[in-house]
Design a protein around this ligand. Structure first.
Ligand SMILES: [Zn+2]
Length: 122
């Protein structure tokens, strides 16, 4: 076993703090819902459509980010659990070791690159 699980645990904990802060930040800057803003766009005058559309686009990106962050957060928590269980660094599908360079890039990875690609294809 060549994987330094303790080092990855530290990295995962740091990453988790960063992601949690990002999610809190996104929620704080956008407490409303996207639906409300769409109504505002429809009710607004033509001269403001450009500005509002730009604002809405930024908002949609933030929503995607939040969704993404929550996904990463769940994966980080799952990875920390795998460290506890002693299965960290092993592919959840084929049980082979995940390539170290993949873990460097995605410390929360639960699949080897082959199975991750298969999963993406569905
Ligand atoms: Zn695999």
């Amino acid at each position: 076993m060549s994987i330094d699980a303790e080092r990855f645990r530290t990295e995962l904990l740091q990453e988790r703090e960063r992601v949690q802060a990002a999610i809190a930040n996104l929620r704080e800057s956008h407490p409303g819902t996207l639906d409300d803003e769409v109504k505002e766009v429809r009710a607004g005058s033509d001269s403001h459509v450009g500005d509002t559309a730009t604002a809405r686009l930024g908002r949609e990106i933030d929503y995607t980010l939040e969704e993404n962050s929550e996904q990463v957060l769940a994966e980080i928590n799952a990875a920390l659990k795998r460290i506890e269980d002693g299965t960290y660094g092993l592919c959840a599908v084929c049980d082979k070791e995940i390539a170290p360079e993949r873990l460097e890039a995605y410390p929360w990875a639960s699949l080897c690159i082959d199975d991750a690609r298969k999963a993406e294809r569905g």
